[in-house]
Design a protein around this ligand. Structure first.
Ligand SMILES: [Zn+2]
Length: 164
């Protein structure tokens, strides 16, 4: 699929956060499943998750490899809008980040990426814009992580390839 350039770069970088998060949880395990914050500036992004240690260079290499495999496989990025209660019954707190969705929100956009076998790669309540498939993101390059021990926060910076 040829789509680099047909989305604003921030949409591609934001969608990369979902793909990267799936790779982080796959490599580091469920202990890394709570997103504390995210940051997007042009083709640069940063994912911050709760975690208890700094990953090894090998783990970071595998995270980058897994994320780029999902980009290459060009998997659909599904968005389903559900009443909040139904979404919680179906998916539990998998859809949530560390900081809660405000109580007054009664309907959620759930962003779902499934791997080739149909298993959930990433699921998250998110009302931002996304690319239609992971192939539109372009290659993801993961930078050097920073572990903030006192806060138990792991920051993973990344860049996506510029429009080509
Ligand atoms: Zn999103």
């Amino acid at each position: 699929m040829e789509c680099a350039g047909s989305y604003p770069v921030e949409v591609r970088t934001h969608t990369a956060l979902h793909v990267l998060k799936g790779a982080v949880v796959k490599v580091l395990g469920p202990g890394a499943r709570w997103t504390a914050s995210t940051y997007v500036d042009g083709s640069h992004g940063r994912l911050t998750v709760k975690f208890d240690r700094k990953p090894s260079p090998e783990e970071i290499r595998r995270i980058e490899e897994e994320a780029n495999r999902v980009v290459r496989e060009d998997l659909p990025v599904e968005v389903v809008v559900l009443p909040r209660r139904a979404a919680e019954e179906k998916y539990g707190d998998l859809i949530y980040d560390l900081f809660p969705v405000p109580d007054h929100v009664t309907e959620l956009s759930i962003v779902i990426i499934r791997d080739r076998s149909g298993e959930l790669w990433n699921i998250n309540a998110c009302n931002k814009q996304h690319t239609a498939s992971t192939g539109c993101i372009g290659r993801i390059q993961v930078g050097k992580p920073r572990f903030r021990r006192s806060k138990q926060l792991l920051e993973i910076p990344f860049d996506i390839e510029p429009d080509g």
